[in-house]
Design a protein around this ligand. Structure first.
Ligand code: NAP
Length: 245
């Protein structure tokens, strides 16, 4: 039976993708901080899902991740779906630091550990590392500075380890999934988001990108066009754009 571990599976996209894989017959390891929610997800498929509470900002995150791999008896896919971020035009430092903690430090801990796991084990069948990043990495967003910067970091880190895997002949594919706005608790209480997508709409697109071993997948095609256009805007024009949400 194939095995996937999803970090950040207590809500939103990670939770939906976890239940989709379990329904399809996979063994699924899920992790996040909220144990009550993890248990509720596990109880939907008790014979296929195991959970572990992991706070990716804590020092023991890697150890707990490795224990989860052991409990699942291996891992074919790692999906990093944990994340946080705020609409933060007032540049509240606590929010910026919390964003970096999950999206940069925690992300690095888990992707780094997953790479080392596949380097040590994926000799026969190819491993997969995937992360849900965001279209927000394309440019500096004034109203979400740390979030946009953290997403750009994730893009670059994934590109770097893809190159590393190639040069070290490590049998693993790296997939960077970049959704536009998705209606999840991450956006709760916030503003009017254009082209908002539902979790049910994006989850199968993310799953397809992982299974097809896409290097980069923007979800959906409308967002691929919008973010492609953003990337073409020169900095001296970009600074004059007032991004409102
Ligand atoms: N929603 C959007 O519009 C959108 C668009 C593009 C990209 N994304 C990205 O998609 C990913 C998933 O977000 P989502 O929209 O599905 O939001 P979500 O429903 O808020 O899910 C975020 C997940 O991250 C987990 N998490 C947060 N802090 C954590 C920590 N310190 N340790 C471990 N897990 C932690 C949360 O669980 P606990 O709270 O239980 O720990 C939760 O399971 C994020 O990287 C986000 O940046 C979202």
């Amino acid at each position: 039976m194939k095995k996937i571990i999803i970090i950040g599976a207590s809500s939103g996209m990670g939770m939906k993708i976890a239940t989709d894989f379990a329904r399809a017959g996979w063994r699924v390891g899920i992790a996040a901080r909220n144990e009550e929610r993890l248990r509720a997800v596990r109880d939907l498929f008790p014979d296929r899902i195991v959970y572990s509470t992991i706070d990716v900002t804590a020092q023991d995150a890697v150890k707990r991740f490795e224990n989860l791999i052991e409990e699942l008896d291996g891992m074919d896919i790692l999906l990093y779906a944990a994340g946080t971020g705020w609409y933060n035009p007032e540049l509240n430092l606590g929010k910026d630091e919390a964003t970096i903690g999950v999206n940069v430090t925690g992300f690095t801990r888990i992707i780094n550990a997953a790479y080392r796991y596949f380097k040590a084990t994926a000799n026969v069948s190819k491993g997969r590392i995937a992360a849900i990043t965001s279209v927000a990495g394309v440019k500096g967003l004034g109203v979400s500075a740390a979030y946009a910067a953290s997403k750009r970091y994730q893009w670059t880190y994934l590109q770097a380890i893809d190159q590393l895997a190639h040069s070290q002949h490590v049998n693993v594919s790296i997939t960077d999934i970049r959704p536009g706005f998705v209606d999840t608790p991450l956006l709760e209480g916030n503003h009017n988001y254009p082209m908002l997508m539902s979790v049910d709409y994006v989850a199968p697109r993310i799953e397809k990108a992982i299974m097809q071993r896409r290097r980069v997948a923007t979800v959906d095609s409308r967002w691929a066009v919008v973010s492609g256009l953003w990337s073409l805007i020169p900095d001296m024009l970009w600074r004059h754009l007032e991004v409102k949400m």
